[in-house]
Design a protein around this ligand. Structure first.
Ligand SMILES: [Zn+2]
Ligand SMILES: [Zn+2]
Length: 146
């Protein structure tokens, strides 16, 4: 993502433009579903230095501003992505953690009508499909979560 493009996105969400924020947003756009460790390495490669805590704080601000979405597949670290607000789902590999977007089958979110809603007002459904990615199907001994 171009720096200019990232700056436009930040301003549009009312987030003050700083070099670390531009770097985090750019890195996150290039590396969707990234955990904080990987993202910090990518940002340090661009900026020279930035602490992991600073990256956490920036990601928190992005999530609150609607610039990023946080997902946390069971048994793994939180991952972040810039694709927000479309109620898309994820395929996650049990072995290597590879995470892939899955679009809803139709335009409107299809999973918002549970068989019982216990009088909750439901506005989001998060579906995680667990399995093995093509690479890991060839290496079953690497299964991590069993
Ligand atoms: Zn895999
Ligand atoms: Zn996603």
């Amino acid at each position: 993502m171009e720096v200019r493009e990232a700056a436009v996105l930040l301003r549009a969400r009312g987030v003050r433009v700083t070099a670390p924020r531009l770097a985090v947003l750019g890195a996150l756009h290039d590396l969707p579903h990234t955990d904080v460790d990987t993202l910090t390495q990518a940002v340090v490669g661009r900026l020279g230095s930035l602490s992991k805590q600073a990256v956490y704080d920036i990601l928190d601000a992005f999530v609150q501003a609607g610039l990023a979405r946080r997902i946390q597949p069971a048994g793994g670290p939180a991952r972040f992505e810039t694709r927000t607000g479309d109620n898309h789902h994820h395929l996650v590999c049990r072995a290597c953690g590879r995470t892939v977007d899955v679009d809803c089958a139709v335009g409107a979110a299809p999973c918002l009508e549970p068989s019982t809603d216990e009088a909750f007002v439901v506005d989001e459904a998060e579906v995680t499909f667990w399995g093995l990615c093509p690479t890991c199907q060839c290496a079953p001994q690497r299964l991590a979560n069993q």
